[in-house]
Design a protein around this ligand. Structure first.
Ligand SMILES: *Cc1c(COP(=O)(O)O)cnc(C)c1O
Length: 416
Protein backbone atom coordinates (compact mmCIF):
# COMPACT_ATOMS: atom_id res chain seq x y z
CA UNK A 1 0.00 0.00 0.00
CA UNK A 2 2.61 2.54 1.17
CA UNK A 3 4.79 1.64 -1.78
CA UNK A 4 2.04 2.83 -4.17
CA UNK A 5 1.25 6.16 -2.48
CA UNK A 6 2.10 9.33 -4.41
CA UNK A 7 5.62 10.52 -3.81
CA UNK A 8 5.78 13.80 -1.90
CA UNK A 9 7.87 16.82 -2.81
CA UNK A 10 10.88 15.72 -0.77
CA UNK A 11 12.37 19.23 -0.83
CA UNK A 12 9.87 19.98 1.97
CA UNK A 13 11.84 17.55 4.13
CA UNK A 14 14.86 19.86 3.88
CA UNK A 15 13.03 22.70 5.66
CA UNK A 16 14.68 23.81 8.87
CA UNK A 17 12.90 26.93 10.06
CA UNK A 18 9.28 26.84 11.15
CA UNK A 19 9.93 25.76 14.67
CA UNK A 20 10.58 29.29 15.96
CA UNK A 21 7.06 30.43 16.86
CA UNK A 22 5.87 26.96 17.99
CA UNK A 23 8.93 26.72 20.28
CA UNK A 24 8.21 30.19 21.70
CA UNK A 25 4.59 29.13 22.30
CA UNK A 26 5.72 25.94 24.03
CA UNK A 27 8.08 27.77 26.39
CA UNK A 28 5.50 30.47 27.17
CA UNK A 29 2.82 27.87 27.95
CA UNK A 30 5.19 25.95 30.23
CA UNK A 31 6.12 29.15 32.08
CA UNK A 32 2.48 30.25 32.41
CA UNK A 33 1.48 26.83 33.79
CA UNK A 34 4.23 27.02 36.42
CA UNK A 35 3.48 30.70 37.27
CA UNK A 36 -0.30 31.15 36.98
CA UNK A 37 -0.15 34.66 38.49
CA UNK A 38 2.40 36.06 36.06
CA UNK A 39 0.97 38.63 33.65
CA UNK A 40 2.92 37.82 30.52
CA UNK A 41 3.42 40.63 27.98
CA UNK A 42 3.80 39.57 24.35
CA UNK A 43 6.27 41.71 22.37
CA UNK A 44 7.30 38.91 20.08
CA UNK A 45 5.00 38.69 17.14
CA UNK A 46 4.83 40.98 14.12
CA UNK A 47 1.09 41.57 14.17
CA UNK A 48 -0.73 44.84 14.68
CA UNK A 49 -3.14 45.48 17.59
CA UNK A 50 -4.95 48.71 16.70
CA UNK A 51 -8.32 48.29 14.96
CA UNK A 52 -8.89 49.41 11.36
CA UNK A 53 -9.35 53.20 11.15
CA UNK A 54 -12.96 54.43 10.70
CA UNK A 55 -12.62 55.72 7.09
CA UNK A 56 -11.30 52.31 6.07
CA UNK A 57 -14.08 50.41 7.86
CA UNK A 58 -16.64 52.73 6.23
CA UNK A 59 -15.26 51.91 2.79
CA UNK A 60 -15.24 48.19 3.61
CA UNK A 61 -18.91 48.40 4.64
CA UNK A 62 -19.88 50.47 1.60
CA UNK A 63 -18.17 47.88 -0.60
CA UNK A 64 -20.08 45.08 1.13
CA UNK A 65 -23.38 46.99 0.67
CA UNK A 66 -22.70 47.33 -3.06
CA UNK A 67 -22.18 43.57 -3.26
CA UNK A 68 -25.66 43.09 -1.76
CA UNK A 69 -27.53 45.10 -4.43
CA UNK A 70 -28.48 43.97 -7.88
CA UNK A 71 -27.38 47.28 -9.48
CA UNK A 72 -23.93 47.32 -7.94
CA UNK A 73 -23.10 43.65 -7.41
CA UNK A 74 -19.74 42.55 -8.87
CA UNK A 75 -18.45 39.10 -9.67
CA UNK A 76 -14.87 38.38 -10.66
CA UNK A 77 -12.85 41.55 -10.95
CA UNK A 78 -9.63 42.08 -12.89
CA UNK A 79 -6.99 39.70 -11.46
CA UNK A 80 -4.46 42.56 -11.35
CA UNK A 81 -6.75 44.71 -9.20
CA UNK A 82 -9.34 47.40 -9.88
CA UNK A 83 -8.06 50.53 -11.59
CA UNK A 84 -9.42 52.76 -8.79
CA UNK A 85 -6.94 51.12 -6.39
CA UNK A 86 -4.05 50.84 -8.85
CA UNK A 87 -4.50 54.54 -9.69
CA UNK A 88 -4.34 55.47 -5.98
CA UNK A 89 -1.19 53.35 -5.57
CA UNK A 90 0.47 54.85 -8.67
CA UNK A 91 -0.35 58.36 -7.38
CA UNK A 92 1.29 57.62 -4.02
CA UNK A 93 4.40 56.38 -5.82
CA UNK A 94 4.48 59.60 -7.88
CA UNK A 95 4.40 61.60 -4.64
CA UNK A 96 7.38 59.65 -3.34
CA UNK A 97 9.30 60.42 -6.52
CA UNK A 98 9.19 56.81 -7.74
CA UNK A 99 8.48 55.92 -11.34
CA UNK A 100 5.62 53.41 -11.24
CA UNK A 101 2.80 53.13 -13.82
CA UNK A 102 -0.67 51.83 -13.07
CA UNK A 103 -0.14 48.70 -15.15
CA UNK A 104 3.16 47.85 -13.41
CA UNK A 105 1.04 47.09 -10.32
CA UNK A 106 -0.44 43.70 -9.35
CA UNK A 107 -2.85 43.85 -6.40
CA UNK A 108 -2.89 40.72 -4.23
CA UNK A 109 -4.01 39.40 -0.87
CA UNK A 110 -0.61 39.63 0.80
CA UNK A 111 3.11 40.16 0.47
CA UNK A 112 3.81 36.87 2.15
CA UNK A 113 2.29 35.08 -0.85
CA UNK A 114 3.88 37.46 -3.34
CA UNK A 115 7.41 37.19 -1.92
CA UNK A 116 6.85 33.43 -1.63
CA UNK A 117 5.52 32.93 -5.16
CA UNK A 118 7.78 35.23 -7.16
CA UNK A 119 10.56 32.61 -7.30
CA UNK A 120 8.30 30.43 -9.50
CA UNK A 121 8.99 32.55 -12.57
CA UNK A 122 12.75 31.96 -12.29
CA UNK A 123 14.73 28.82 -13.21
CA UNK A 124 15.93 26.45 -10.50
CA UNK A 125 19.61 26.95 -11.23
CA UNK A 126 19.68 30.69 -10.45
CA UNK A 127 22.03 31.72 -7.64
CA UNK A 128 20.03 33.35 -4.86
CA UNK A 129 21.48 35.80 -2.33
CA UNK A 130 19.76 36.84 0.86
CA UNK A 131 20.66 38.51 4.10
CA UNK A 132 21.36 36.71 7.37
CA UNK A 133 19.24 37.26 9.51
CA UNK A 134 16.28 37.16 7.12
CA UNK A 135 12.47 36.95 6.83
CA UNK A 136 12.18 33.11 6.68
CA UNK A 137 9.65 33.10 3.79
CA UNK A 138 12.35 33.94 1.22
CA UNK A 139 14.48 30.96 2.29
CA UNK A 140 11.76 28.39 2.83
CA UNK A 141 10.02 28.95 -0.51
CA UNK A 142 13.31 28.41 -2.33
CA UNK A 143 13.87 25.24 -0.27
CA UNK A 144 10.41 23.98 -1.27
CA UNK A 145 11.16 24.67 -4.92
CA UNK A 146 14.36 22.62 -4.72
CA UNK A 147 16.77 25.48 -5.30
CA UNK A 148 18.90 25.29 -2.13
CA UNK A 149 20.36 21.86 -1.43
CA UNK A 150 20.51 20.55 2.14
CA UNK A 151 20.98 22.60 5.31
CA UNK A 152 24.18 22.24 7.32
CA UNK A 153 24.39 22.12 11.14
CA UNK A 154 24.06 25.89 11.41
CA UNK A 155 20.86 25.75 9.31
CA UNK A 156 22.46 27.28 6.22
CA UNK A 157 21.69 25.81 2.79
CA UNK A 158 24.62 24.93 0.55
CA UNK A 159 23.40 26.64 -2.60
CA UNK A 160 22.25 29.96 -1.09
CA UNK A 161 24.55 32.97 -0.80
CA UNK A 162 24.22 34.52 2.66
CA UNK A 163 24.99 38.20 3.25
CA UNK A 164 25.63 38.79 6.97
CA UNK A 165 23.96 41.90 8.40
CA UNK A 166 25.25 42.52 11.90
CA UNK A 167 26.33 45.41 14.11
CA UNK A 168 29.84 44.97 12.64
CA UNK A 169 28.72 46.17 9.20
CA UNK A 170 26.10 48.59 10.49
CA UNK A 171 23.35 46.15 9.38
CA UNK A 172 24.04 47.01 5.72
CA UNK A 173 24.62 43.85 3.67
CA UNK A 174 27.79 44.03 1.59
CA UNK A 175 27.67 43.23 -2.12
CA UNK A 176 28.33 39.57 -3.01
CA UNK A 177 31.93 38.86 -3.95
CA UNK A 178 30.93 37.18 -7.21
CA UNK A 179 27.91 36.88 -9.46
CA UNK A 180 24.43 36.16 -8.14
CA UNK A 181 21.21 36.16 -10.16
CA UNK A 182 18.57 37.13 -7.62
CA UNK A 183 18.85 39.16 -4.41
CA UNK A 184 16.21 39.51 -1.70
CA UNK A 185 16.42 42.80 0.18
CA UNK A 186 14.04 44.01 2.88
CA UNK A 187 14.14 47.66 3.98
CA UNK A 188 13.10 48.78 6.56
CA UNK A 189 14.18 45.37 7.75
CA UNK A 190 12.35 42.65 9.57
CA UNK A 191 13.94 41.57 11.93
CA UNK A 192 16.82 44.07 12.42
CA UNK A 193 14.80 47.30 12.13
CA UNK A 194 17.60 48.74 9.95
CA UNK A 195 16.83 50.87 6.92
CA UNK A 196 19.04 50.94 3.82
CA UNK A 197 20.48 54.30 2.85
CA UNK A 198 20.03 55.81 -0.58
CA UNK A 199 23.76 55.31 -1.25
CA UNK A 200 23.49 51.61 -0.35
CA UNK A 201 20.51 51.12 -2.65
CA UNK A 202 22.37 52.90 -5.44
CA UNK A 203 25.24 50.44 -4.97
CA UNK A 204 22.81 47.51 -5.20
CA UNK A 205 21.16 48.85 -8.33
CA UNK A 206 24.61 49.39 -9.90
CA UNK A 207 25.60 45.82 -8.95
CA UNK A 208 22.36 44.41 -10.38
CA UNK A 209 22.86 46.32 -13.62
CA UNK A 210 26.47 45.14 -13.95
CA UNK A 211 25.62 41.50 -13.13
CA UNK A 212 22.21 41.47 -14.88
CA UNK A 213 20.72 40.40 -11.52
CA UNK A 214 17.20 41.00 -10.24
CA UNK A 215 16.55 42.64 -6.86
CA UNK A 216 13.42 41.49 -5.01
CA UNK A 217 12.76 44.47 -2.76
CA UNK A 218 10.40 43.93 0.17
CA UNK A 219 9.13 47.34 1.33
CA UNK A 220 6.42 46.04 3.67
CA UNK A 221 7.55 48.54 6.35
CA UNK A 222 8.11 51.57 4.11
CA UNK A 223 5.37 53.55 5.89
CA UNK A 224 7.36 53.41 9.13
CA UNK A 225 10.24 55.46 7.74
CA UNK A 226 10.36 58.74 9.65
CA UNK A 227 13.65 60.33 8.67
CA UNK A 228 13.26 62.67 5.71
CA UNK A 229 15.56 61.88 2.80
CA UNK A 230 15.45 58.12 3.24
CA UNK A 231 14.30 56.09 0.27
CA UNK A 232 10.81 54.50 0.48
CA UNK A 233 10.88 52.68 -2.84
CA UNK A 234 13.63 51.02 -4.87
CA UNK A 235 12.04 52.83 -7.83
CA UNK A 236 13.30 56.14 -6.46
CA UNK A 237 16.75 54.97 -7.54
CA UNK A 238 17.55 55.85 -11.17
CA UNK A 239 18.18 52.78 -13.32
CA UNK A 240 16.17 50.47 -11.03
CA UNK A 241 13.25 49.83 -13.38
CA UNK A 242 15.05 47.19 -15.37
CA UNK A 243 16.56 45.39 -12.36
CA UNK A 244 13.98 45.39 -9.54
CA UNK A 245 10.63 44.11 -8.32
CA UNK A 246 9.02 45.73 -5.26
CA UNK A 247 6.58 44.26 -2.75
CA UNK A 248 4.35 46.39 -0.54
CA UNK A 249 1.58 45.50 1.86
CA UNK A 250 -1.16 47.28 3.76
CA UNK A 251 -0.78 44.75 6.58
CA UNK A 252 1.51 46.62 8.96
CA UNK A 253 0.85 50.18 7.75
CA UNK A 254 -2.96 50.23 7.57
CA UNK A 255 -3.65 47.31 9.92
CA UNK A 256 -4.66 44.87 7.15
CA UNK A 257 -3.08 41.72 8.64
CA UNK A 258 -6.56 40.24 9.01
CA UNK A 259 -8.15 42.07 6.05
CA UNK A 260 -5.49 41.13 3.43
CA UNK A 261 -4.33 43.47 0.71
CA UNK A 262 -0.89 43.99 -0.81
CA UNK A 263 0.65 44.71 -4.18
CA UNK A 264 3.70 43.90 -6.28
CA UNK A 265 5.30 46.25 -8.78
CA UNK A 266 7.03 44.73 -11.83
CA UNK A 267 8.18 47.33 -14.35
CA UNK A 268 7.36 46.39 -17.92
CA UNK A 269 10.99 46.82 -19.03
CA UNK A 270 12.32 44.19 -16.55
CA UNK A 271 13.46 41.01 -18.30
CA UNK A 272 14.92 37.59 -17.66
CA UNK A 273 16.33 35.35 -20.38
CA UNK A 274 15.01 32.18 -21.96
CA UNK A 275 16.88 28.97 -22.84
CA UNK A 276 18.13 30.52 -26.06
CA UNK A 277 19.40 33.63 -24.26
CA UNK A 278 16.63 35.89 -25.57
CA UNK A 279 14.99 38.46 -23.25
CA UNK A 280 11.59 37.65 -21.74
CA UNK A 281 9.42 40.16 -19.89
CA UNK A 282 9.10 39.23 -16.21
CA UNK A 283 5.99 41.42 -16.09
CA UNK A 284 4.28 39.22 -18.66
CA UNK A 285 5.42 36.00 -16.93
CA UNK A 286 4.07 37.22 -13.59
CA UNK A 287 0.87 38.37 -15.29
CA UNK A 288 0.48 34.85 -16.67
CA UNK A 289 1.14 33.33 -13.25
CA UNK A 290 -1.15 35.75 -11.44
CA UNK A 291 -4.08 35.31 -13.84
CA UNK A 292 -3.68 31.52 -13.81
CA UNK A 293 -3.40 31.05 -10.05
CA UNK A 294 -5.22 34.05 -8.55
CA UNK A 295 -8.69 35.47 -9.10
CA UNK A 296 -8.33 38.88 -7.54
CA UNK A 297 -8.57 40.47 -4.11
CA UNK A 298 -12.15 40.92 -2.92
CA UNK A 299 -13.93 44.10 -4.02
CA UNK A 300 -14.80 45.43 -0.52
CA UNK A 301 -11.17 44.91 0.55
CA UNK A 302 -9.91 46.83 -2.48
CA UNK A 303 -12.38 49.64 -1.63
CA UNK A 304 -11.00 49.65 1.91
CA UNK A 305 -7.43 49.69 0.60
CA UNK A 306 -8.20 52.63 -1.70
CA UNK A 307 -9.62 54.49 1.32
CA UNK A 308 -6.26 54.03 3.06
CA UNK A 309 -4.76 56.17 0.25
CA UNK A 310 -7.45 58.89 0.54
CA UNK A 311 -6.92 62.03 2.65
CA UNK A 312 -8.85 60.88 5.74
CA UNK A 313 -7.55 57.33 5.49
CA UNK A 314 -3.99 58.54 5.32
CA UNK A 315 -4.35 60.73 8.39
CA UNK A 316 -5.81 57.81 10.34
CA UNK A 317 -3.13 55.38 9.13
CA UNK A 318 -0.44 57.88 10.07
CA UNK A 319 -1.90 58.17 13.57
CA UNK A 320 -1.64 54.39 14.01
CA UNK A 321 1.94 54.37 12.75
CA UNK A 322 2.78 57.24 15.12
CA UNK A 323 1.36 55.18 17.99
CA UNK A 324 3.58 52.20 17.18
CA UNK A 325 6.62 54.37 16.61
CA UNK A 326 6.13 56.00 20.01
CA UNK A 327 6.14 52.46 21.42
CA UNK A 328 9.37 51.85 19.53
CA UNK A 329 10.90 54.99 21.05
CA UNK A 330 9.88 53.92 24.56
CA UNK A 331 11.42 50.48 24.07
CA UNK A 332 14.61 51.86 22.54
CA UNK A 333 15.19 54.49 25.17
CA UNK A 334 14.08 52.35 28.10
CA UNK A 335 16.34 49.48 27.15
CA UNK A 336 19.36 51.59 26.36
CA UNK A 337 19.01 53.31 29.74
CA UNK A 338 18.91 49.82 31.28
CA UNK A 339 22.32 49.13 29.72
CA UNK A 340 21.35 47.33 26.51
CA UNK A 341 22.80 47.97 23.08
CA UNK A 342 19.75 48.56 20.89
CA UNK A 343 19.37 48.95 17.13
CA UNK A 344 16.46 49.71 14.82
CA UNK A 345 13.18 51.14 16.07
CA UNK A 346 13.70 54.55 14.43
CA UNK A 347 12.36 53.86 10.95
CA UNK A 348 10.87 50.43 11.63
CA UNK A 349 8.56 48.89 14.23
CA UNK A 350 11.25 46.43 15.41
CA UNK A 351 13.94 46.88 18.03
CA UNK A 352 16.91 44.58 17.61
CA UNK A 353 19.03 44.29 20.69
CA UNK A 354 22.39 42.74 21.43
CA UNK A 355 21.99 39.98 23.99
CA UNK A 356 24.26 40.89 26.93
CA UNK A 357 26.87 38.83 28.72
CA UNK A 358 27.55 36.31 25.96
CA UNK A 359 24.19 34.59 26.42
CA UNK A 360 22.58 32.88 23.42
CA UNK A 361 19.37 34.33 22.01
CA UNK A 362 17.37 31.48 23.59
CA UNK A 363 19.09 31.91 27.01
CA UNK A 364 18.04 35.54 26.91
CA UNK A 365 14.51 34.58 25.85
CA UNK A 366 14.17 32.37 28.95
CA UNK A 367 15.66 35.00 31.22
CA UNK A 368 13.41 37.80 29.95
CA UNK A 369 10.39 35.52 30.32
CA UNK A 370 11.35 34.47 33.86
CA UNK A 371 12.50 37.85 35.20
CA UNK A 372 10.29 40.35 33.36
CA UNK A 373 7.51 38.07 32.04
CA UNK A 374 8.11 39.60 28.62
CA UNK A 375 8.07 37.54 25.41
CA UNK A 376 10.33 38.54 22.53
CA UNK A 377 11.80 36.67 19.55
CA UNK A 378 15.26 35.07 19.64
CA UNK A 379 17.40 36.47 16.83
CA UNK A 380 18.84 33.04 16.02
CA UNK A 381 15.40 32.08 14.67
CA UNK A 382 16.05 34.40 11.70
CA UNK A 383 19.43 32.95 10.74
CA UNK A 384 22.81 32.08 12.19
CA UNK A 385 23.97 35.72 12.18
CA UNK A 386 20.95 36.53 14.36
CA UNK A 387 22.51 34.50 17.19
CA UNK A 388 23.29 36.84 20.08
CA UNK A 389 20.47 39.22 19.10
CA UNK A 390 16.85 39.54 20.13
CA UNK A 391 13.80 41.17 18.48
CA UNK A 392 11.19 43.20 20.31
CA UNK A 393 8.16 44.39 18.40
CA UNK A 394 6.57 47.84 18.78
CA UNK A 395 3.17 46.36 17.80
CA UNK A 396 1.56 46.33 21.21
CA UNK A 397 -0.69 48.31 23.52
CA UNK A 398 1.02 51.35 25.04
CA UNK A 399 0.30 50.23 28.61
CA UNK A 400 1.89 46.84 27.88
CA UNK A 401 4.94 48.44 26.32
CA UNK A 402 5.34 50.76 29.30
CA UNK A 403 4.96 47.91 31.77
CA UNK A 404 7.40 45.71 29.83
CA UNK A 405 10.05 48.43 29.71
CA UNK A 406 9.60 49.18 33.41
CA UNK A 407 9.99 45.52 34.34
CA UNK A 408 13.09 45.10 32.21
CA UNK A 409 14.61 48.24 33.77
CA UNK A 410 13.85 46.96 37.27
CA UNK A 411 14.53 43.23 36.95
CA UNK A 412 16.87 42.82 33.99
CA UNK A 413 19.24 45.75 34.18
CA UNK A 414 22.55 45.17 32.54
CA UNK A 415 25.70 47.00 33.57
CA UNK A 416 28.07 46.83 30.61
C1 LIG B 1 4.58 41.31 7.62
C2 LIG B 1 5.52 41.20 6.49
C3 LIG B 1 5.07 41.18 5.17
C4 LIG B 1 3.59 41.33 4.85
O1 LIG B 1 2.91 40.16 4.79
P1 LIG B 1 1.37 40.13 4.37
O2 LIG B 1 1.21 38.79 3.75
O3 LIG B 1 1.14 41.24 3.37
O4 LIG B 1 0.58 40.30 5.62
C5 LIG B 1 5.99 41.09 4.15
N1 LIG B 1 7.31 41.05 4.40
C6 LIG B 1 7.79 41.09 5.66
C7 LIG B 1 9.26 41.09 5.87
C8 LIG B 1 6.92 41.15 6.73
O5 LIG B 1 7.40 41.19 7.97
Amino acid sequence: MVGRMPRINTHYQKLRAGYLFPEIGKRVRAFAAAHPDARIIPLGIGDVVLPLPVPIVDALKAGAEEMGKRETFRGYGPEQGYDFLREAIAASYREQGAQVALDDIFVSDGSKCDTANIQEIFALDNVIALTDPVYPVYVDTNVMAGRTGEADDSGRYGKLVYLPTTAENGFEPTLPAGHVDIIYLCSPNNPTGAVMSRAALERWVAYARKEAAVILFDAAYEAFIREPGLVHSIFQIPGSRDVAIEFRSLSKSAGFTGTRCAFTVIPKELCGRDAGGGPVSLHSLWNRRHTTKFNGTSYPVQKAAAAAFGPEGRRAVQANIDYYMENARLIREGLSSAGYRVYGGQNAPYIWLRVPGGMTSWDFFDRLLAEANVVGTPGSGFGSCGEGYFRLSAFGWRENVEAAVERIRTNCRWEP
